[in-house]
Design a protein around this ligand. Structure first.
Ligand code: SF4
Length: 371
């Protein structure tokens, strides 16, 4: 390492240790050249500033993928089926309710509603689904419809995004998942998902949702065709949006999952655990206006999920009773509540359940969990 590089790194470490806002250049330097364990200890100190104490939260939730019919054909996706395909489905409201009864049995607090970009379902069908969930399961927060889904709806229904958000909110939607963020750089999006919402469209949906009082999460799927500078550009777009509209509750990143997808041909060397820990640590340091950073055990596995708690994460995300999109790509980790509790305790932290809005719930005795 040259003296100039060493001194630039020391300056970036000092800024991070002092809790000063990092520049894009600082973050690119730390991501590319920072020492892994130094990044971990700086990120853990930042976690302590944002969320002091020994509690690690999680939410009991489930995914409901109400349809897998999609006309967007993302190259990394193994979940969707094109219209007319024999394996395509749209769930009835009764099928959705049956899944939520299972979630209620676990005292679950969130349903993540996510579907393919169906070409024909009308807005009334979505409003009906939201109303039926809200009426039957008032304790379960409806976290649904990623920005690309809402952009797709705006196109097919020829309605402004603001009207769709307002109508969904009136029907029961309270928060929006950050799905489809991938990398918020259009050069990258044109390669991996050319028909999906642009970076500006993704951010515009989030901004509108925040202005109407909904919260959302911010995500990043990295480790495919992006550069390190583009990863930081993504984080910078999130940080600038958050400065303006303040509705992101958490940041979650995960590496692209290779098997079973068309993008496989383009990615020879998928990102591993070392890259994940560096990326999540730099995100914790750079995103000084986003309170929570989730550990992504679904894609990295529970052991790396535990390690991420030493690299700035304060939350383990959801138990994900049903997950079809990542598992369709070949990654099938599951953590029911008792295992989630054990995983957090074994890492040295106190597990506590939370709501979508990061309200910490009273301690519970989880059947099968070690005290
Ligand atoms: S990631 Fe979503 S939008 Fe893209 S093909 Fe899969 S289901 Fe469709």
């Amino acid at each position: 390492m040259t003296a100039t590089l060493a001194s630039a790194l020391d300056a970036a470490y000092d800024k991070a240790a002092a809790g000063e806002r990092l520049s894009v250049e600082d973050a690119v330097l730390l991501l590319g050249k920072g020492d892994l364990l130094t990044l971990g200890s700086l990120a853990k100190a930042a976690r302590e500033r944002h969320n002091p104490g020994n509690v690690v939260t999680y939410i009991v939730d489930r995914n409901v993928n109400y349809t897998n019919v999609c006309v967007t054909y993302c190259s990394f996706c193994a979940f969707y089926r094109p219209p007319g395909h024999e394996e395509g489905y749209v769930q009835t409201f009764e099928q959705v309710a049956a899944r939520l009864e299972e979630l209620r049995a676990q005292d679950g607090r969130q349903v993540l509603l996510q579907g393919g970009h169906h070409p024909d379902l009308p807005i009334g069908w979505y409003e009906g689904m939201l109303r039926s969930i809200k009426a039957r399961f008032p304790e379960i927060n409806i976290h649904g419809f990623s920005p690309p889904e809402i952009t797709h709806f705006a196109e097919i229904w020829k309605l402004p995004v603001a009207e769709i958000v307002a109508r969904f909110k009136a029907a029961g939607l309270r928060s929006i998942p950050g799905g489809g963020g991938e990398i918020l750089v259009d050069r990258v999006r044109k390669i991996i998902a050319p028909m999906k919402a642009t970076s500006d469209e993704w951010l515009a949906v989030m901004g509108e949702a925040h202005r109407q009082g909904l919260t959302s999460s911010a995500t990043m799927m990295y480790g495919h065709v992006e550069t390190l500078a583009e990863r930081v550009e993504h984080m910078d777009r999130i940080r600038r949006q958050q400065d303006e509209t303040k509705g992101f509750t958490a940041f979650i990143c995960w590496s692209y999952q290779n098997p079973n997808t068309n993008l496989l041909r383009k990615v020879k060397d998928p990102a591993g655990a070392h890259d994940y820990l560096r990326t999540v640590a730099v995100a914790r340091l750079f995103l000084d206006n986003v309170r929570h950073v989730q550990s992504s055990w679904v894609t990295q596995g529970p052991k790396i999920g535990q390690l991420a708690l030493e690299f700035g994460c304060d939350d383990m995300g959801g138990t994900m009773m049903e997950e079809n999109v990542v598992s369709a790509a070949g990654t099938t980790f599951q953590l029911p509540p008792d295992e989630m509790e054990r995983t957090i305790r074994d890492a040295g932290y106190e597990p506590r359940r939370r709501t979508t809005f990061y309200e910490v719930l009273p301690p519970v005795t989880v059947p099968g969990a070690r005290p």
